[in-house]
Design a protein around this ligand. Structure first.
Ligand SMILES: [Zn+2]
Length: 119
């Protein structure tokens, strides 16, 4: 019999109030927070969370995002008849958002702006 307690397994969660879009600053439609791990400088596993914001402007053109955006009205509400469809589309978008990789060219450009004092 083991005396170790199992750590709770973190899960993805929708954040109550959507954050502002980090790309354009407009209010987001959805924010998801999900577990993320990486290895630190000494190789130890670091556990944390990442967030993704669904933006009605910046995420146009991504199929998974478009499906969710189409179900949300201008007040950010979902019709009662669309709840099941919304959940299906939202989970598809979450899977898509979790697979995104940062654009390292944009990061390098922002770093250069930050180092030069432009940010
Ligand atoms: Zn945006």
């Amino acid at each position: 019999m083991s005396t170790q307690r199992a750590e709770p397994v973190p899960t993805s969660q929708l954040v109550g109030d959507a954050l502002a879009c980090p790309r354009c600053g407009r209010p987001g439609l959805l924010t998801i927070r999900y577990p993320h791990t990486w290895h630190g400088r000494t190789g130890q596993l670091v556990r944390g969370f990442k967030e993704a914001v669904l933006c009605a402007v910046c995420d146009r053109g991504e199929t998974a995002a478009e499906d969710v955006i189409a179900l949300v009205d201008t007040q950010g509400q979902i019709g009662p008849g669309n709840t099941e469809r919304f959940l299906h589309c939202a989970f598809s978008w979450i899977d898509h958002a979790r697979g995104r990789e940062p654009d390292f060219a944009v990061l390098a450009e922002e770093e250069q702006c930050w180092r030069s004092g432009e940010l």
